[in-house]
Design a protein around this ligand. Structure first.
Ligand code: SF4
Length: 389
């Protein structure tokens, strides 16, 4: 197993007028290279806060207050990883949208209604790939007859951009009207790349789509554009936060097929946030089940679906409608706890059919149940001990 991303004891709290919301309580998970990891649970269980903490985009009054977020790519030490919580904001800006990209639930919120699709997709290339595009432009100009009349004047700018794309001198020089023209070939290259990636995502007429605005596109098309923006820089990890929840079933299936295809072709790993167990069954290799800010069970999808060990996972699976179901659908008794004052011990104990005295006193640790399968439950632990005795 090669690790790509790991969280260790991640703690995130929100400071509200009601009190401190303990949104993440020591969440530890591993996303392996080349895999799709699904994170499931009811609304408000901490799935989105987990990925926002990983990307370090938790907004105030939220605060990441403990743990580590380790990545094992981009030259990071393969034994120890690189802790993102210790990196500068500038480092994170370079990472987001490049090595780690995120797709949000609502494409309308991710797209600016006043800017063309081409402009918005191009921004990813201009922000993260200026150096590479500058080198390509210089190479093109080395071909006979390709360089514009101003090439002699503009070449030093491209050489500087190729060496250091965030050069302040370039930004200052670009304010001089005649030198502003240096951006034209860069914009043209970014637009060409945008057309290419939009076409690869199966959108017809990408040359026309780049000139369209978000309101000209359907919901499914907009979500594909958001995926195109996320994939622009070939991320090693794509995080999809309820990316298909607001789409109708047919479009949802198309987007999921697209993500599966993209993972095979280009992305190394996907972290998929969903409340839909059917989506997990179809797309994921491993799954983590969250309840009230805790990761309660994690393991291979087939293992967890066939033999769920945690009472909450069992209840979640029992509540999924099945073709052969007769009579009333099952639901989980009780309600999700208020995380300002969560229940002591196991946070699921007020709703758990197997609750024991110890459950009220002590939060269970996430322990191995089977190879690669961990569960945080005193009852499951007792069963295992009884079974192996
Ligand atoms: Fe139920 Fe106890 Fe297990 Fe929590 S630890 S899920 S209360 S049996």
């Amino acid at each position: 197993m090669t690790k790509l991303l790991e969280t260790q004891d991640l703690v995130t709290n929100f400071y509200t007028y009601e009190g401190m919301v303990q949104a993440l309580n020591r969440v530890s998970l591993v996303v392996e290279e080349g895999s799709t990891f699904g994170l499931v649970g009811e609304s408000g269980c901490g799935k989105s806060v987990t990925v926002r903490s990983i990307m370090r985009i938790v907004q105030p009054p939220g605060r990441i207050e403990g743990g580590r977020v380790l990545v094992y790519f981009g030259g990071a030490d393969q034994d120890h990883g690189l802790d993102l919580l210790m990196q500068s904001e500038e480092y994170m800006r370079g990472l987001r949208g490049c090595d780690m990209s995120m797709i949000f639930q609502e494409p309308n919120a991710a797209l600016n209604p006043t800017l063309s699709i081409g402009y918005q997709v191009s921004e990813s290339f201009l922000f993260h790939q200026t150096a590479e595009m500058s080198r390509k432009i210089l190479d093109d100009w080395d071909q006979p007859g390709q360089a514009p009349a101003l090439a002699g004047l503009l070449k030093p700018l491209y050489q500087r951009a190729a060496a250091n794309p965030k050069d302040m001198l370039l930004a200052i020089l670009s304010r001089i009207p005649i030198l502003r023209r240096w951006r034209k070939p860069l914009l043209a290259e970014a637009k060409a790349r945008s057309i290419d990636i939009i076409g690869k995502l199966g959108i017809p007429n990408p040359e026309r789509v780049v000139d369209a605005f978000p309101h000209n596109l359907s919901g499914g098309m907009k979500q594909r554009i958001v995926i195109a923006m996320a994939l622009a820089c070939n991320p090693v990890l794509l995080i999809a936060d309820e990316a298909t929840s607001n789409l109708d079933v047919t479009i949802q299936a198309q987007i999921l097929d697209l993500l599966v295809r993209l993972k095979k072709e280009s992305i190394s790993s996907i972290l998929l946030i969903t409340h839909d167990l059917g989506v997990v069954a179809e797309t994921c290799d491993r799954v983590g089940v969250m309840y009230a800010g805790n990761l309660v069970e994690v393991g291979p999808v087939q293992g967890i679906f066939a033999h769920p060990r945690h009472p909450y996972t069992q209840a979640l699976l029992d509540s999924v409608p099945k073709f052969q179901t007769e009579g009333e659908l099952k639901s989980i008794e009780g309600a999700v706890p208020n995380l300002v004052s969560p229940p002591p011990g196991c946070r699921f104990h007020p709703r758990c059919p197997h609750m024991m005295d110890v459950c009220r006193d002590r939060l269970p640790d996430l322990l191995d149940a089977d190879p690669g399968h961990q569960v945080a439950c005193h009852w499951a632990e007792q069963n295992r001990a009884g079974g192996s005795a």
